[in-house]
Design a protein around this ligand. Structure first.
Ligand code: SAH
Length: 219
């Protein structure tokens, strides 16, 4: 009968979506995804009460799930390409929340994580929620996922010190790479790299604070 005592977060989630609108998120697909995906499923029981607040939350292994605004903002930025965005690569699966949001906005999500334990939990959560269009890879995300490239969009959810060239190379023409670039301990800028026929263009958006992107893999 545990189900009887489960809290219903539907109202809190709707309030979060209204707040996102007020913060300037306007893409209807993104707002619908944020309203559909149960964010509380992606954190420990003890943190659930705070999951719809505008804050980041610990997810274990010293990592954090971004605040709702940043998840929505990055999703909106990756979707705002000049080509149809169908296949998106995420670096840094973590809790699996960002991948779940992406899975409601594009046809295929490819997500790469260096910590194996995160992948197992994320897969389980996605299965429970019935999200079937996500593929997983346990590896160092600096390498991307070359056999599945090119991607219409790439979203990096950990901060590399400089722009990762191998990820740029896996971007389709017209696609966008969204990445918080910054040295550890310094302010990071949400950077959008757009690939054109001839070059890569950079634009800079919100100041953000992501955990560092680290090389190598671990279980
Ligand atoms: N998108 C996640 C947020 C994760 S926090 C979510 O929705 O919960 C950042 C994640 O990036 C962590 O899980 C961390 O292990 C991962 N990460 C850091 N460096 C990485 C790398 N080189 N390759 C793949 N994942 C990396």
């Amino acid at each position: 009968m545990i189900g009887m005592f489960r809290r219903d977060y539907t109202w809190a989630r709707a309030a979060m979506v209204e707040r996102l609108r007020g913060q300037g998120i306007s893409n209807a697909t993104v707002l619908a995804a944020m309203n559909e995906i149960a964010r509380e499923e992606f954190v420990d029981e003890a943190l659930r009460m705070r999951v719809y607040e505008d804050c980041s939350l610990p997810i274990g292994h010293g990592q954090t799930l971004s605040q709702p605004y940043i998840v929505a903002r990055m999703t909106e930025l990756v979707l705002a390409a000049s080509i149809p965005v169908k296949r998106v690569l995420e670096i840094g699966t973590g809790s699996g929340y960002q991948a779940a949001i992406l899975s409601r906005c594009v046809s295929s999500v490819f997500t790469v994580e260096r910590i194996g334990a995160f992948l197992d939990t994320a897969k389980q959560r996605h299965r429970t929620l019935g999200l079937g269009n996500i593929r997983y890879m346990h590896r160092d995300g600096f390498k991307g996922w070359p056999s599945q490239a090119p991607f219409d969009g790439i979203l990096v959810t950990a901060a590399p010190p400089t722009l990762p060239d191998e990820l740029k190379a896996q971007l389709a023409v017209g696609g966008r790479l969204i990445v918080p670039v910054g040295q550890q301990g310094e302010a990071q800028r949400l950077t959008v790299i757009t690939r054109t026929e001839k070059e890569f263009r950079s634009q800079y958006f919100d100041a953000v604070s992501f955990v560092p992107m680290l090389p190598g893999e671990m279980s």
